[in-house]
Design a protein. Structure first.
Length: 138
């Protein structure tokens, strides 16, 4: 049995394509997303590990994931990690950036700060300061 997932084609072509994935592959894509969500993006397993455990092809799992969630598993993991980091910086101003980076699975604070800046546009410390200034203005 197949589950049909509708995927948009590039903007130049107004038609839509329908790609067929097996129920098992769609279930695996949802399982991978749930796993990433439940671990705040701090995932030690890659898509290949999940695919192997659920007995689906890695390529099909990635294709289904992209079709269902409009991001690759890696991109989605980054989005979840950054959303969690921003949330923690807002909710817990006293949490150290070192602790937060470790909580998110980074071994080095510098790697986390570099990744955060790439995706958010400022370092975690700058983000926290901007949030503090914003809340003091209210």
């Amino acid at each position: 049995m197949c589950t049909f997932v509708s995927v948009d084609r590039p903007k130049a072509d107004s038609r839509r394509a329908t790609i067929c994935f097996t129920e098992k592959t769609v279930t695996a894509a949802h399982a991978l997303k749930t796993y990433i969500d439940e671990n705040n993006g701090n995932v030690g397993l890659c898509a290949a590990d999940i695919a192997g455990r659920l007995e689906v092809s890695t390529r099909e799992l990635r294709r289904a994931f992209c079709s269902l969630f409009q991001a690759s598993p890696r991109e989605y993991q980054c989005q979840v990690r950054m959303a969690h980091a921003k949330s923690e910086l807002r909710k817990q101003p006293s949490v150290s950036i070192d602790d937060l980076s470790k909580q998110l699975g980074y071994s080095e604070r510098g790697d986390f700060a570099k990744f955060f800046k790439k995706h958010v546009g400022m370092t975690p410390a700058e983000y926290r300061s901007a949030r503090d200034e914003q809340s003091n203005c209210k």
